[in-house]
Write a protein that binds this ligand. Structure first.
Ligand SMILES: Nc1ncnc2c1ncn2[C@@H]1O[C@H](COP(=O)(O)OP(=O)(O)OP(=O)(O)O)[C@@H](O)[C@H]1O
Length: 369
């Protein structure tokens, strides 16, 4: 449906070095798919969206939508509807007129326009402000109008930039569900920008994780968690973040020994490693491994954890502690009776380790459960 091929974006400002906001971006979105662009501030998410919509030119590369090359077309010819982070509503028009504006260009009947405007207004809960002007609205209301104005249109692709960033958490959760329902019911293809993992997981079929202008991985939430492509994705996705440990590498009978200080060591059987992973371990003296907090068992095992903090969150315990010179966080579904300063047994298992090569690429994933 949408094919982004080798797209770069460079911003040139006078007197400043150019900013390389998006680098060699390759991404294909399927028809009816909902995609989240997720990443920290400044990683290139908005630039990507604006290049697809046509509000920024591509510096190089191509973008095609429904088999039509669109990267040189003006925005109005792309069949793309966008809801902006900065709202960009027309101040002289009422909310109703703002939403209806694009529909008038589609030459729909008055009755059809009124019906569409009312039903999208109901969906985002702005029926009571349809006759107001934008300047009289709060940020959250303006944002919902901007969202309604994009979703009401007929387009091949919907682009939503931080569509719910200004809303109260409760309303955000409700709208998320409704918008997902609307997109799915109509088979709409959509890309939305967020820096909120929960929002990305709740709305999207696949998540594109960006950092420093580079697409790090484009996959389902489950895949990002279970098979992170690299150190960045591994530590960015998942709450609390993955524990990372520095290990000393040595070859031993049947595989490799990865030692964390003097107290903790893992045996990694050779048969769990492909050629690339074996090469990475043969070549390195030290290598990083990662283990999810949910995979560390507390109260059992050979290793020892000196507890720094222990919080019961109502349905899970988060225990942080020092183990082999690293601060680790473990999450268990049961209550742990340990106080700061206590030393408790913990189990770190080799099969739960993700192993990262010197370039940060994950060369072996943890066993899926
Ligand atoms: N018009 C512009 N001129 C110069 N630099 C720009 C311009 N727009 C964006 N940039 C720079 O490009 C980089 C990527 O910005 P972009 O807005 O795409 O990131 P983002 O991930 O959407 O960030 P945020 O979540 O803060 O909106 C940043 O370093 C930003 O400062």
């Amino acid at each position: 449906m949408l094919e982004i091929r080798n797209v770069d974006k460079l911003y040139h400002s006078r007197g400043k070095p150019p900013v390389h906001a998006v680098r060699a971006l390759d991404m294909a979105v399927k028809a009816g798919e909902i995609v989240a662009l997720l990443g920290s501030s400044g990683c290139g998410k908005t630039s990507t969206l604006r290049m697809i919509a046509g509000f920024e030119s591509v510096s190089s590369g191509s973008i095609a939508l429904a088999q039509r090359p669109i990267h040189e077309l003006p925005p109005a010819k792309r069949k793309v509807a966008m809801a902006f982070e900065g709202y960009s509503l027309y101040p002289p028009l009422t909310v109703r007129e703002n939403i209806a504006f694009a529909l008038k260009a589609q030459q729909l009947s008055r009755a059809e326009i009124a019906h569409r405007v009312d039903s999208i207004a109901r969906l985002v809960e702005i029926e009571d402000i349809l006759d107001h002007h934008p300047r009289a609205l709060s940020g959250g209301q303006q944002q919902r109008v901007s969202l309604a104005r994009a979703l009401v249109r007929d387009a091949d692709l919907y682009l939503l930039d931080e569509p719910m960033g200004q809303l109260e958490p409760q309303l955000r959760a409700v709208l998320r569900g409704r918008i997902k329902g609307l997109l799915a019911e109509r088979g709409m293809t959509a890309i939305f920008v967020t820096h909120d993992q929960t929002e990305a997981s709740a709305l999207a079929d696949r998540i594109a994780v960006m950092e420093d202008g580079v697409l790090q991985q484009f996959a389902s939430e489950k895949e990002l968690k279970n098979r992170p492509a690299n150190l960045f994705v591994a530590s960015f996705i998942g709450e609390p973040p993955m524990n990372l440990l520095e290990t000393n590498v040595a070859q031993e009978e049947g595989g490799f020994r990865l030692a964390v200080g003097a107290d903790v060591a893992f045996h990694i059987p050779r048969q769990t490693l492909d050629v690339t992973a074996q090469q990475a371990l043969v070549q390195a003296d030290r290598i990083k491994v990662g283990i999810r907090p949910q995979r560390i068992a507390i109260g059992t095992g050979e290793s020892r954890l000196r507890v720094v903090s222990n919080q019961w969150l109502g349905d899970q315990s988060h225990v942080a502690g020092e183990c082999a010179g690293h601060l680790l966080v473990a999450v268990t579904s049961s209550k742990v009776a340990a106080r700061p300063g206590d030393v408790v047994p913990c189990a770190l298992e080799a099969r739960h380790l993700h192993i990262f090569g010197a370039d940060g690429v994950c060369v072996r994933h943890a066993e899926a459960r």
